[in-house]
Unconditional design. Structure first.
Length: 446
Protein backbone atom coordinates (compact mmCIF):
# COMPACT_ATOMS: atom_id res chain seq x y z
CA UNK A 1 0.00 0.00 0.00
CA UNK A 2 1.23 3.48 -0.86
CA UNK A 3 0.61 5.92 2.00
CA UNK A 4 0.17 9.66 1.82
CA UNK A 5 2.32 10.10 4.92
CA UNK A 6 4.79 8.02 6.89
CA UNK A 7 5.64 9.21 10.39
CA UNK A 8 8.63 7.96 12.34
CA UNK A 9 8.06 8.47 16.06
CA UNK A 10 4.86 8.29 18.09
CA UNK A 11 5.45 11.07 20.58
CA UNK A 12 3.41 14.31 20.83
CA UNK A 13 4.48 15.40 17.34
CA UNK A 14 3.96 11.99 15.75
CA UNK A 15 0.59 11.06 17.19
CA UNK A 16 -0.77 14.58 16.71
CA UNK A 17 0.22 14.51 13.04
CA UNK A 18 -1.20 11.02 12.55
CA UNK A 19 -4.53 12.00 14.06
CA UNK A 20 -4.88 15.17 11.98
CA UNK A 21 -3.87 13.62 8.67
CA UNK A 22 -5.92 10.43 9.09
CA UNK A 23 -9.03 12.34 10.15
CA UNK A 24 -8.60 14.42 6.99
CA UNK A 25 -8.96 11.18 5.02
CA UNK A 26 -5.28 10.67 4.22
CA UNK A 27 -3.72 7.23 4.60
CA UNK A 28 -1.05 7.40 7.30
CA UNK A 29 1.43 4.91 8.69
CA UNK A 30 3.02 5.62 12.06
CA UNK A 31 6.16 3.84 13.28
CA UNK A 32 6.97 3.76 17.00
CA UNK A 33 9.73 1.54 18.36
CA UNK A 34 8.51 1.59 21.97
CA UNK A 35 5.19 2.96 23.27
CA UNK A 36 2.90 5.60 21.83
CA UNK A 37 3.31 8.89 23.62
CA UNK A 38 7.09 9.03 23.31
CA UNK A 39 9.39 10.32 26.02
CA UNK A 40 6.87 12.85 27.32
CA UNK A 41 4.11 10.41 28.15
CA UNK A 42 6.13 7.33 29.08
CA UNK A 43 9.37 8.50 30.73
CA UNK A 44 9.09 12.28 30.92
CA UNK A 45 6.37 14.86 31.47
CA UNK A 46 3.49 12.71 32.70
CA UNK A 47 5.25 10.22 35.01
CA UNK A 48 7.34 13.04 36.47
CA UNK A 49 4.28 15.15 37.25
CA UNK A 50 2.44 12.16 38.67
CA UNK A 51 5.24 11.48 41.15
CA UNK A 52 5.73 15.19 41.84
CA UNK A 53 2.06 15.53 42.75
CA UNK A 54 2.35 12.65 45.20
CA UNK A 55 5.44 14.26 46.74
CA UNK A 56 3.62 17.60 46.97
CA UNK A 57 0.70 15.96 48.76
CA UNK A 58 3.11 14.50 51.29
CA UNK A 59 4.87 17.85 51.67
CA UNK A 60 1.55 19.65 52.17
CA UNK A 61 0.44 17.10 54.75
CA UNK A 62 3.64 17.51 56.75
CA UNK A 63 3.19 21.30 56.67
CA UNK A 64 -0.56 21.34 57.24
CA UNK A 65 -0.21 23.15 60.56
CA UNK A 66 0.26 26.37 58.60
CA UNK A 67 -3.45 26.14 57.76
CA UNK A 68 -4.66 25.11 61.18
CA UNK A 69 -4.67 21.41 60.38
CA UNK A 70 -2.93 18.82 62.55
CA UNK A 71 -1.82 15.59 60.89
CA UNK A 72 -0.04 12.90 62.89
CA UNK A 73 2.09 9.99 61.69
CA UNK A 74 2.12 11.23 58.11
CA UNK A 75 3.91 8.85 55.78
CA UNK A 76 4.04 7.87 52.14
CA UNK A 77 4.14 4.63 50.17
CA UNK A 78 6.60 5.02 47.31
CA UNK A 79 5.53 1.75 45.72
CA UNK A 80 1.93 3.00 45.67
CA UNK A 81 3.08 6.27 44.10
CA UNK A 82 4.89 4.35 41.40
CA UNK A 83 1.85 2.13 40.81
CA UNK A 84 -0.41 5.15 40.41
CA UNK A 85 2.09 6.69 37.98
CA UNK A 86 2.00 3.54 35.85
CA UNK A 87 -1.81 3.51 35.80
CA UNK A 88 -1.94 7.17 34.73
CA UNK A 89 0.51 6.51 31.87
CA UNK A 90 -1.36 3.40 30.70
CA UNK A 91 -4.67 5.24 30.59
CA UNK A 92 -3.21 8.08 28.56
CA UNK A 93 -1.48 5.71 26.13
CA UNK A 94 -4.79 3.89 25.66
CA UNK A 95 -6.42 7.24 24.97
CA UNK A 96 -3.93 7.99 22.20
CA UNK A 97 -4.53 4.58 20.64
CA UNK A 98 -8.24 5.27 20.66
CA UNK A 99 -7.75 8.63 18.94
CA UNK A 100 -5.76 6.92 16.18
CA UNK A 101 -8.24 4.10 15.77
CA UNK A 102 -9.60 4.83 12.30
CA UNK A 103 -9.46 3.25 8.85
CA UNK A 104 -6.83 5.66 7.55
CA UNK A 105 -4.21 5.17 10.28
CA UNK A 106 -1.87 2.18 10.53
CA UNK A 107 0.44 1.79 13.54
CA UNK A 108 3.58 -0.34 13.34
CA UNK A 109 5.63 -1.13 16.44
CA UNK A 110 9.34 -1.33 15.72
CA UNK A 111 12.45 0.64 14.86
CA UNK A 112 12.00 2.18 11.41
CA UNK A 113 14.76 3.16 9.01
CA UNK A 114 14.64 5.17 5.82
CA UNK A 115 15.97 3.14 2.88
CA UNK A 116 15.62 5.56 -0.01
CA UNK A 117 13.97 8.78 -1.10
CA UNK A 118 12.94 10.45 -4.34
CA UNK A 119 10.78 13.52 -4.82
CA UNK A 120 7.84 11.16 -5.42
CA UNK A 121 8.19 8.69 -2.56
CA UNK A 122 10.07 7.63 0.55
CA UNK A 123 10.78 3.97 1.30
CA UNK A 124 10.99 2.81 4.91
CA UNK A 125 11.72 -0.58 6.43
CA UNK A 126 10.55 -1.86 9.79
CA UNK A 127 10.60 -5.41 11.18
CA UNK A 128 11.76 -6.74 7.81
CA UNK A 129 8.85 -5.17 5.89
CA UNK A 130 9.04 -2.35 3.37
CA UNK A 131 6.64 0.62 3.18
CA UNK A 132 6.25 3.53 0.77
CA UNK A 133 4.78 6.98 1.29
CA UNK A 134 4.53 10.24 -0.63
CA UNK A 135 5.68 12.27 2.38
CA UNK A 136 7.82 11.63 5.45
CA UNK A 137 7.48 13.35 8.81
CA UNK A 138 10.43 12.75 11.14
CA UNK A 139 9.41 12.86 14.82
CA UNK A 140 12.21 10.79 16.32
CA UNK A 141 12.54 12.98 19.41
CA UNK A 142 15.63 13.25 21.58
CA UNK A 143 17.75 11.23 23.97
CA UNK A 144 19.57 12.01 27.21
CA UNK A 145 22.96 13.61 26.62
CA UNK A 146 25.81 11.87 28.42
CA UNK A 147 28.65 14.32 29.08
CA UNK A 148 32.26 13.14 28.61
CA UNK A 149 33.04 12.98 32.33
CA UNK A 150 35.65 10.40 33.32
CA UNK A 151 34.05 7.55 35.26
CA UNK A 152 30.50 8.14 34.09
CA UNK A 153 30.30 5.25 31.62
CA UNK A 154 29.16 1.85 32.93
CA UNK A 155 28.94 3.21 36.47
CA UNK A 156 26.12 1.46 38.39
CA UNK A 157 25.71 4.50 40.64
CA UNK A 158 24.73 6.69 37.68
CA UNK A 159 21.10 7.44 36.86
CA UNK A 160 19.56 9.17 33.89
CA UNK A 161 16.06 10.66 34.12
CA UNK A 162 14.40 7.41 33.03
CA UNK A 163 16.11 5.39 35.77
CA UNK A 164 15.24 8.05 38.35
CA UNK A 165 11.56 7.69 37.44
CA UNK A 166 11.48 3.91 37.37
CA UNK A 167 13.38 3.12 40.55
CA UNK A 168 11.50 0.95 43.03
CA UNK A 169 13.57 2.02 46.02
CA UNK A 170 14.50 5.52 47.11
CA UNK A 171 18.21 6.21 47.60
CA UNK A 172 19.45 7.60 50.90
CA UNK A 173 21.17 10.47 49.10
CA UNK A 174 21.28 11.93 45.61
CA UNK A 175 23.67 14.17 43.68
CA UNK A 176 22.10 15.82 40.64
CA UNK A 177 24.46 17.01 37.91
CA UNK A 178 22.60 19.80 36.14
CA UNK A 179 20.48 22.54 37.69
CA UNK A 180 18.21 23.09 34.70
CA UNK A 181 14.52 22.29 34.41
CA UNK A 182 14.87 18.51 34.66
CA UNK A 183 17.41 18.68 37.46
CA UNK A 184 15.35 21.05 39.60
CA UNK A 185 12.17 19.02 39.14
CA UNK A 186 13.96 15.90 40.36
CA UNK A 187 15.46 17.92 43.20
CA UNK A 188 11.90 18.83 44.16
CA UNK A 189 10.64 15.26 43.96
CA UNK A 190 13.37 13.62 46.00
CA UNK A 191 13.88 16.38 48.56
CA UNK A 192 10.15 16.48 49.36
CA UNK A 193 10.33 12.73 50.01
CA UNK A 194 13.06 13.31 52.57
CA UNK A 195 16.11 12.43 50.48
CA UNK A 196 19.36 14.36 50.92
CA UNK A 197 19.86 16.21 47.60
CA UNK A 198 22.79 18.15 46.18
CA UNK A 199 22.48 20.01 42.87
CA UNK A 200 25.63 20.80 40.88
CA UNK A 201 25.30 23.47 38.18
CA UNK A 202 28.17 24.64 35.99
CA UNK A 203 26.60 28.04 35.29
CA UNK A 204 26.38 30.85 37.86
CA UNK A 205 22.74 30.08 38.71
CA UNK A 206 20.13 27.34 38.50
CA UNK A 207 17.52 27.53 35.73
CA UNK A 208 19.92 29.75 33.85
CA UNK A 209 17.81 29.85 30.67
CA UNK A 210 14.96 31.56 32.54
CA UNK A 211 14.63 35.12 33.82
CA UNK A 212 17.14 35.77 36.60
CA UNK A 213 14.35 36.66 39.02
CA UNK A 214 13.26 33.01 38.99
CA UNK A 215 16.55 31.55 40.21
CA UNK A 216 17.00 34.44 42.63
CA UNK A 217 13.70 33.48 44.25
CA UNK A 218 14.02 29.68 44.17
CA UNK A 219 17.63 29.30 45.31
CA UNK A 220 17.11 30.52 48.89
CA UNK A 221 13.78 28.66 49.09
CA UNK A 222 15.42 25.34 48.26
CA UNK A 223 18.48 26.06 50.37
CA UNK A 224 16.23 26.68 53.37
CA UNK A 225 14.57 23.31 52.73
CA UNK A 226 17.91 21.56 52.91
CA UNK A 227 18.81 21.19 49.23
CA UNK A 228 22.51 21.84 48.71
CA UNK A 229 22.91 23.97 45.57
CA UNK A 230 26.40 24.41 44.12
CA UNK A 231 26.61 26.83 41.21
CA UNK A 232 29.63 27.74 39.06
CA UNK A 233 30.78 24.20 39.77
CA UNK A 234 31.94 21.66 37.21
CA UNK A 235 32.27 17.91 37.66
CA UNK A 236 35.73 16.77 36.59
CA UNK A 237 35.48 13.07 37.45
CA UNK A 238 33.22 10.41 38.93
CA UNK A 239 34.52 7.32 40.68
CA UNK A 240 31.87 4.97 41.98
CA UNK A 241 29.64 7.02 44.26
CA UNK A 242 32.10 9.91 44.49
CA UNK A 243 31.86 13.12 42.45
CA UNK A 244 34.89 15.36 42.14
CA UNK A 245 34.45 19.08 41.40
CA UNK A 246 36.81 21.49 39.68
CA UNK A 247 37.71 23.06 43.03
CA UNK A 248 38.95 19.69 44.30
CA UNK A 249 35.93 19.03 46.53
CA UNK A 250 34.52 15.50 46.54
CA UNK A 251 30.87 14.67 47.16
CA UNK A 252 29.41 11.24 47.83
CA UNK A 253 25.88 9.95 47.29
CA UNK A 254 24.13 6.63 46.84
CA UNK A 255 22.95 7.73 43.40
CA UNK A 256 24.22 10.29 40.90
CA UNK A 257 21.58 11.66 38.54
CA UNK A 258 22.93 13.14 35.30
CA UNK A 259 20.55 15.54 33.54
CA UNK A 260 22.54 18.04 31.53
CA UNK A 261 20.29 18.20 28.49
CA UNK A 262 19.04 16.19 25.56
CA UNK A 263 20.17 15.71 21.97
CA UNK A 264 18.18 15.11 18.79
CA UNK A 265 17.75 11.43 17.92
CA UNK A 266 18.67 10.98 14.26
CA UNK A 267 19.19 7.21 14.13
CA UNK A 268 17.58 5.44 11.17
CA UNK A 269 17.95 8.47 8.90
CA UNK A 270 21.36 7.65 7.45
CA UNK A 271 19.95 7.08 3.95
CA UNK A 272 18.89 10.74 3.82
CA UNK A 273 22.44 11.77 3.03
CA UNK A 274 21.47 15.23 1.81
CA UNK A 275 19.32 16.10 4.83
CA UNK A 276 20.50 19.37 6.36
CA UNK A 277 21.51 19.50 10.02
CA UNK A 278 22.57 22.26 12.37
CA UNK A 279 24.38 21.30 15.58
CA UNK A 280 23.02 17.76 15.31
CA UNK A 281 19.35 18.75 14.78
CA UNK A 282 17.32 18.73 11.57
CA UNK A 283 16.93 22.14 9.95
CA UNK A 284 13.33 23.11 9.13
CA UNK A 285 11.61 26.22 7.81
CA UNK A 286 8.54 27.97 9.21
CA UNK A 287 6.33 25.17 7.87
CA UNK A 288 8.47 22.31 9.24
CA UNK A 289 9.82 21.49 5.78
CA UNK A 290 13.41 20.23 5.51
CA UNK A 291 15.64 20.94 2.53
CA UNK A 292 14.26 17.76 0.91
CA UNK A 293 10.92 18.47 -0.87
CA UNK A 294 8.77 15.71 0.66
CA UNK A 295 10.49 15.38 4.03
CA UNK A 296 9.27 17.24 7.12
CA UNK A 297 10.36 17.17 10.77
CA UNK A 298 8.70 18.13 14.04
CA UNK A 299 9.43 17.92 17.75
CA UNK A 300 12.71 17.64 19.62
CA UNK A 301 14.57 16.39 16.53
CA UNK A 302 14.38 19.94 15.12
CA UNK A 303 16.34 21.24 18.10
CA UNK A 304 14.20 24.37 18.44
CA UNK A 305 12.36 24.25 21.77
CA UNK A 306 12.25 20.78 23.31
CA UNK A 307 8.78 20.88 24.84
CA UNK A 308 5.83 18.57 24.18
CA UNK A 309 3.42 21.40 23.39
CA UNK A 310 5.88 22.82 20.87
CA UNK A 311 6.12 19.40 19.21
CA UNK A 312 2.33 19.16 18.94
CA UNK A 313 2.08 22.65 17.44
CA UNK A 314 4.86 21.90 14.96
CA UNK A 315 2.96 18.78 13.88
CA UNK A 316 -0.17 20.86 13.30
CA UNK A 317 1.78 23.27 11.11
CA UNK A 318 3.45 20.44 9.15
CA UNK A 319 0.15 18.71 8.41
CA UNK A 320 -1.49 22.01 7.54
CA UNK A 321 1.23 22.60 4.97
CA UNK A 322 0.96 19.09 3.51
CA UNK A 323 -2.80 19.48 3.16
CA UNK A 324 -2.38 22.98 1.69
CA UNK A 325 -4.67 24.48 4.29
CA UNK A 326 -5.46 28.19 4.10
CA UNK A 327 -4.46 30.38 5.85
CA UNK A 328 -0.91 29.10 5.99
CA UNK A 329 0.12 28.63 9.61
CA UNK A 330 3.35 29.60 11.31
CA UNK A 331 4.56 29.06 14.87
CA UNK A 332 4.93 32.08 17.14
CA UNK A 333 8.05 30.92 18.97
CA UNK A 334 8.13 34.21 20.88
CA UNK A 335 4.90 33.21 22.64
CA UNK A 336 5.74 29.64 23.70
CA UNK A 337 5.02 29.17 27.42
CA UNK A 338 7.33 27.09 29.60
CA UNK A 339 6.69 25.63 33.03
CA UNK A 340 9.00 24.23 35.69
CA UNK A 341 7.18 21.99 38.18
CA UNK A 342 9.19 22.91 41.22
CA UNK A 343 7.39 23.79 44.44
CA UNK A 344 6.59 26.64 44.09
CA UNK A 345 6.19 26.20 40.36
CA UNK A 346 7.50 28.50 37.64
CA UNK A 347 5.79 29.68 34.46
CA UNK A 348 7.23 31.99 31.80
CA UNK A 349 6.55 33.28 28.30
CA UNK A 350 8.27 35.79 26.04
CA UNK A 351 11.48 37.70 26.58
CA UNK A 352 13.36 38.49 29.76
CA UNK A 353 13.95 42.01 31.01
CA UNK A 354 17.49 42.27 29.65
CA UNK A 355 16.89 40.43 26.36
CA UNK A 356 15.92 43.43 24.26
CA UNK A 357 16.64 47.14 24.37
CA UNK A 358 13.67 49.44 24.78
CA UNK A 359 11.90 47.31 27.37
CA UNK A 360 11.07 47.85 31.01
CA UNK A 361 9.91 45.44 33.70
CA UNK A 362 7.41 45.71 36.54
CA UNK A 363 7.20 43.17 39.35
CA UNK A 364 4.67 42.46 42.07
CA UNK A 365 4.68 39.78 44.76
CA UNK A 366 2.00 37.14 44.29
CA UNK A 367 0.60 38.25 47.64
CA UNK A 368 -1.24 41.03 45.79
CA UNK A 369 -3.67 38.22 44.93
CA UNK A 370 -6.12 37.40 47.71
CA UNK A 371 -6.48 33.81 46.52
CA UNK A 372 -2.71 33.35 46.63
CA UNK A 373 -2.59 34.69 50.19
CA UNK A 374 -5.36 32.29 51.24
CA UNK A 375 -3.69 29.20 49.81
CA UNK A 376 0.09 29.80 50.02
CA UNK A 377 0.90 30.52 53.64
CA UNK A 378 4.45 31.75 54.13
CA UNK A 379 5.11 32.23 50.40
CA UNK A 380 5.46 35.47 48.48
CA UNK A 381 6.11 34.47 44.88
CA UNK A 382 6.49 37.05 42.15
CA UNK A 383 5.07 38.16 38.83
CA UNK A 384 7.26 40.13 36.43
CA UNK A 385 5.88 41.71 33.26
CA UNK A 386 8.16 42.99 30.49
CA UNK A 387 6.75 45.90 28.48
CA UNK A 388 7.90 47.57 25.25
CA UNK A 389 8.50 51.16 26.31
CA UNK A 390 7.34 52.63 22.99
CA UNK A 391 4.37 50.49 21.94
CA UNK A 392 3.42 49.60 25.55
CA UNK A 393 2.83 46.05 24.35
CA UNK A 394 3.38 42.99 26.57
CA UNK A 395 6.64 41.25 25.63
CA UNK A 396 7.06 38.71 28.43
CA UNK A 397 5.73 37.40 31.73
CA UNK A 398 7.77 35.51 34.34
CA UNK A 399 6.11 34.05 37.42
CA UNK A 400 7.02 31.92 40.40
CA UNK A 401 4.30 30.75 42.78
CA UNK A 402 1.56 28.12 42.82
CA UNK A 403 -0.40 27.58 40.61
CA UNK A 404 1.02 29.90 37.94
CA UNK A 405 1.25 27.08 35.40
CA UNK A 406 -2.54 27.06 35.19
CA UNK A 407 -2.87 30.62 33.89
CA UNK A 408 0.36 31.26 31.97
CA UNK A 409 -1.73 30.63 28.82
CA UNK A 410 -3.41 34.01 29.39
CA UNK A 411 -0.02 35.69 29.28
CA UNK A 412 0.93 33.62 26.21
CA UNK A 413 -2.17 34.87 24.43
CA UNK A 414 -1.29 38.47 25.28
CA UNK A 415 2.26 38.08 23.96
CA UNK A 416 1.09 36.21 20.86
CA UNK A 417 -1.49 38.83 19.94
CA UNK A 418 0.72 41.79 20.82
CA UNK A 419 -1.69 43.16 23.41
CA UNK A 420 -0.94 46.64 24.68
CA UNK A 421 -1.52 47.56 28.31
CA UNK A 422 -4.87 49.30 27.60
CA UNK A 423 -6.06 46.32 25.57
CA UNK A 424 -5.13 43.83 28.27
CA UNK A 425 -6.78 45.94 30.98
CA UNK A 426 -10.11 45.40 29.24
CA UNK A 427 -9.91 41.67 30.06
CA UNK A 428 -11.92 40.77 33.17
CA UNK A 429 -10.40 38.17 35.50
CA UNK A 430 -12.55 36.17 37.93
CA UNK A 431 -12.19 37.03 41.61
CA UNK A 432 -10.72 35.62 43.75
CA UNK A 433 -8.17 33.80 41.60
CA UNK A 434 -4.39 33.82 41.57
CA UNK A 435 -4.59 34.74 37.87
CA UNK A 436 -5.59 38.27 38.92
CA UNK A 437 -1.90 38.89 39.62
CA UNK A 438 -1.41 39.28 35.88
CA UNK A 439 -3.87 42.15 35.70
CA UNK A 440 -2.55 43.69 38.91
CA UNK A 441 1.04 43.69 37.64
CA UNK A 442 0.15 45.00 34.19
CA UNK A 443 -1.90 47.76 35.83
CA UNK A 444 1.32 48.92 37.50
CA UNK A 445 2.87 49.40 34.05
CA UNK A 446 0.67 52.35 33.07
Amino acid sequence: MNYFLAIIGGGPAGYTAAELASKAGKDVILFEQSSLGGTCLNVGCIPTKSLLYGAKQYYNATHAQRYGVTAENVNFDFAAMQKRKTIVVRKLVAGIKQRLNNEHCTIVTGAASVVSRTDEKVTITCNGESYEAENLLICTGSTNFVPPIPGIKDNPAIWNSTAALETKELPSSLVIIGGGVIGMEFATLYSELGISVTVIEALPRILATLDESISNYLTPVYTKRGVNILTSSKVTAIEGNNVTLDNGETLSAERILVCVGRRANISGLEALADLEYNRGAIVVDDFMRTNLPNVYAAGDVTGKIMLAHVASRQAEVAIGRMLKQIPVQRIAYNAIPSVVYTNPEVACVGISEDALEGCEAHTLPMTFSGRFMAENEGETGSCKVVINTKSRSIMGVHMVGNPCSEFIAAASFAVRMGYTIPEFMQVVFPHPTVSEILRETIAECK
